[in-house]
Design a binder for this molecule. Structure first.
Ligand code: G3P
Length: 218
């Protein structure tokens, strides 16, 4: 399973990369705005900065909503750096744009996916990744992990190569559950990735070993 960090914060991306287990980065307009990035030049430079920190895929989302504009914007984004994956919303224009990008050899991440039908269209259009939003489904009393599981099963049944990228991850438990149902990628905040390390028995075991080590070195 691949780990992506879901942030546009350069310090957090550096910290995640420093762990040595990071496979990529996902961003979205909300995450970019949170970093105070404004204007086209600043946005493009920020994507280049992220690509210079990590060696894996970096999802850069189009801000446009119409087919022609998505094509123009996505083509420009993909030309920025070979690691860029163009993130496109799962709308009628978005699916058409993904199909176009697929034909041009441009990799895509179909985002804002909340149903298996949307995931089917994304795969048929040739998306590299599909992003079901786990946390936002849970927010409306639906089951986000169940959707991830259904998409994984459907893609395996039909042999689609689109990778299932579980997004809108809010907790360590989300990561573990998505892993159990076979997600290809989980993108999460750095705090949830670091949360995987936490176990009270690791802490108490380490304290015991440290005490024993002190005795031995007396
Ligand atoms: O990867 C999508 C993610 O950034 C959305 O997360 O917590 O806003 O639903 P959230």
């Amino acid at each position: 399973m691949k780990f992506f960090v879901d942030t546009a914060n350069l310090d957090q991306i550096r910290e995640a990369e420093g762990l040595g287990v990071l496979d990529g980065v996902t961003t979205n307009p909300s995450l970019m705005a949170k970093e105070g990035i404004e204007g086209e030049n600043a946005i493009l430079q920020h994507y280049k900065d992220i690509c210079s920190i990590v060696s894996g895929d970096v999802s850069a989302e189009v801000l446009s909503t119409t087919y022609q504009e998505m094509i123009q914007e996505g083509t420009m984004l993909s030309a920025l750096h070979p690691q860029i994956v163009v993130k496109v919303p799962c709308t009628k224009d978005g699916i058409r744009a993904i199909k176009y990008f697929t034909e041009q050899g441009i990799r895509t991440n179909c985002t804002l996916v909340f149903s298996i039908g949307q995931a089917l269209l994304a795969a048929k259009a040739g998306a590299t990744y599909v992003s079901p939003f786990v946390g936002r489904l849970d927010d409306i009393s639906s089951d986000g992990v169940e959707l991830v599981a259904s998409i994984v099963e459907m893609y395996r049944y039909y042999g689609y190569e689109t990778q299932v990228l579980a997004a809108s991850i809010r907790s360590v438990q989300h990561i573990v559950e998505c892993m159990k149902v076979g997600a290809d990628v989980v993108t999460s905040p750095l705090s949830s990735i670091l949360g995987l390390l936490k176990h009270p028995l690791t802490d108490s075991g380490l304290a015991q070993f440290e005490q024993a080590a002190k005795k031995m070195m007396k």
